[in-house]
Design a protein around this ligand. Structure first.
Ligand code: B12
Ligand code: SF4
Length: 472
């Protein structure tokens, strides 16, 4: 049997390369490859960096789908399904809106692949593929390591993504993570994470865990185990970690170079409404950031704009705060109502969604507000978010922040790094603006299940050669 795994891009502008900072090794396809029985031949295509060879013979296509990549995923599925090849979709978006994804795929996997994927393959081989596969409980994350052999020959950014745990126990109103994982966390055994890093042999690691300090005890265990590896790593964490002295010390000793922290807002009313009431605003943040600074940890701070109390002043305040705190990187995004989240439901009930299924709407572009904020016209907030990014990544701000020798530029090479990374982000501020969702070159309508070529009723090809691709 031959399986093709696809990582879609968000969209494509005619004649333009894809956004470079998003071209990292994608873990979901590597996890799927690892869970696939050894006698299945696998091809992997990354739509962000190469054209997809739709005519290459294959028996089954698996696409990993996020909300921003949904439209593009349905286009890709249409191409394969026009050729009679059945498609399976999984990932965040199909888990949030399975009934929608099910219109464009023969099968939808709701939830995590561990525990379900081998069954999908088995059912396909027996010609009894079901339209929906759902995991009712969270599977353990032990015993499987992503199969990165599928990345061979691709020009990814030089950073290895590693997952040590999945999910978050907090419940922010706007967040897909809490909706998908139902406010729970699962962790891989620390020994398996360490073994994977050793095998990888890479010096720079990005832990993709949503909150690497979600369970402080387990975080300590992981960090202690990382110390002897002498790696440099970045990750994502809740700011509460900054008040745990032992954890901070272990972060430094284990090689933590920087943390992405969702500050979201400086307004306590907004933080309360979001479900982040534990952070009580600018004063709380300043104290926490001072602790992180003392330990030399660089910060990528993210802010979201457009909440109920937000005004133009809120954005200006966030921008000024980011400058004063000399963040290594910062993001100023409008809040996004992802399907299935409490925020989406609330805005829909209040009649404030401007584009209902904005991720499928041909008029909608990255950066546009899909809802009406209370105090700022949507177009103005979009422009102001872009302007804030341009100012933050503008030369005067970059120079000022680079002169932070205690943290951002602790050595000459880190000073150069600062300019490379900030320069990349600066270049992309305008490139990202109004980026299309879906490929502008795609023509025709999206093919729905039951329309056009019949899929899934063909006998799967059996090569008999483990992992070997036999052309027809
Ligand atoms: C690392 C990361 C990135 C990296 C990209 C890494 C890469 N792939 O190249 C960077 C920093 C570039 C990035 C960018 C963005 N990201 Co991001 N990212 C993540 C993060 C933290 C980890 C992803 C990961 O590797 N997970 C580990 C893998 C193994 O898990 P998984 O993808 O969920 O896959 C499992 C299941 O979902 C399922 N599955 C997945 N696909 C498939 C397919 C099939 C067929 C099957 C059966 C199962 C299946 O099985 C897997 C194993 O169980 C996630 C959060 C998260 N917890 O996943 C956010 C996340 C995916 N990102 C998100 C967003 C919004 C973005 C941006 C839009 C942010 C922005 N405004 O700029 C961009 C968009 C980039 C794009 N899509 O092109 C959202 C998506 C929400 C949604 N509803 O879709 C997430 C969930 C974060 C969040 N807080 O909500 N991101
Ligand atoms: S802390 Fe982060 S990952 Fe957790 S629910 Fe809030 S936004 Fe989502």
């Amino acid at each position: 049997m031959r399986l093709t795994i696809i990582q879609p891009c968000m969209g494509r502008r005619r004649g333009e390369p894809y956004i470079r900072t998003w071209q990292m090794e994608p873990l979901a396809p590597a996890v799927l490859a690892a869970l696939t029985p050894a006698d299945v031949a696998i091809r992997f295509h990354d739509d962000r960096m190469e054209p997809i060879p739709y005519d290459e013979p294959t028996d089954l296509v698996a696409i990993t789908v996020e909300t921003y990549t949904a439209r593009r995923s349905y286009q890709i599925a249409t191409e394969y399904r026009r050729r009679g090849v059945p498609v399976v979709m999984g990932g965040f978006h199909p888990t949030l809106v399975p009934e929608e994804a099910g219109q464009y795929a023969e099968a939808v996997v709701i939830g995590e692949a561990e525990g379900l994927w081998p069954q999908v393959i088995e059912d396909f081989r027996r010609n009894r593929l079901r339209s929906v596969y759902r995991s009712h409980t969270r599977p353990p994350l032990s015993g499987s390591t992503p199969d990165r052999s599928i990345f061979a020959g691709k020009n990814y950014l030089p950073i290895a993504l590693v997952e040590s745990g999945r999910g978050c126990r907090l419940g922010c109103e706007f967040c897909s993570i809490q909706t998908v994982f139902r406010q729970s966390c699962t962790f891989r055994p620390v020994a398996e994470v360490v073994a994977e890093i050793k095998r990888l042999g890479r010096r720079v690691i990005f832990f993709v865990d949503d909150n690497i300090v979600a369970d402080p005890e387990r975080a300590r265990e992981l960090l202690r185990a990382l110390v002897p590896l002498r790696i440099r790593w970045i990750g994502q964490a809740a700011i509460s970690a900054a008040f745990d002295g032992e954890l901070l010390q272990l972060l430094v000793e284990s090689g933590c170079q920087g943390l992405l922290i969702g500050l979201e807002s400086l307004d306590p009313r907004t933080l309360e409404r979001m479900g982040k009431g534990f952070a009580t605003g600018a004063g709380y943040y300043r104290a926490a950031l001072a602790n992180l600074r003392r330990h030399g940890i660089r910060i990528y701070a993210t802010f979201v704009l457009g909440y109920e109390e937000d005004t133009v002043g809120t954005l200006e305040e966030a921008l000024a705060f980011a400058g004063q705190e000399r963040f290594y990187l910062a993001a100023f995004n409008h809040i996004t109502p992802f399907p299935g989240t409490p925020l989406y439901r609330r805005l829909a009930e209040e009649g404030r969604l401007l584009h209902h299924r904005w991720w499928l709407d041909g008029e909608y572009r990255y950066g546009m507000l899909p809802f009406a904020p209370r105090n700022i016209p949507p177009g103005e907030l979009e422009e102001r978010c872009v302007a804030a990014r341009r100012r933050f990544f503008g030369l005067p701000s970059m120079i000022r922040r680079s002169l932070d020798f205690g943290v951002n530029s602790s050595s000459f090479s880190m000073w150069l790094n600062f300019f490379v990374i900030n320069g990349l982000m600066r270049r992309e501020v305008l490139q990202r603006r109004r980026y299309p969702l879906g490929d502008e070159n795609f023509s025709g309508a999206l093919l729905r299940v039951g329309e056009g070529a019949a899929c899934g009723d063909r006998e799967p090809h059996r090569s008999g050669h483990p992992r070997e691709w036999v052309s027809e």
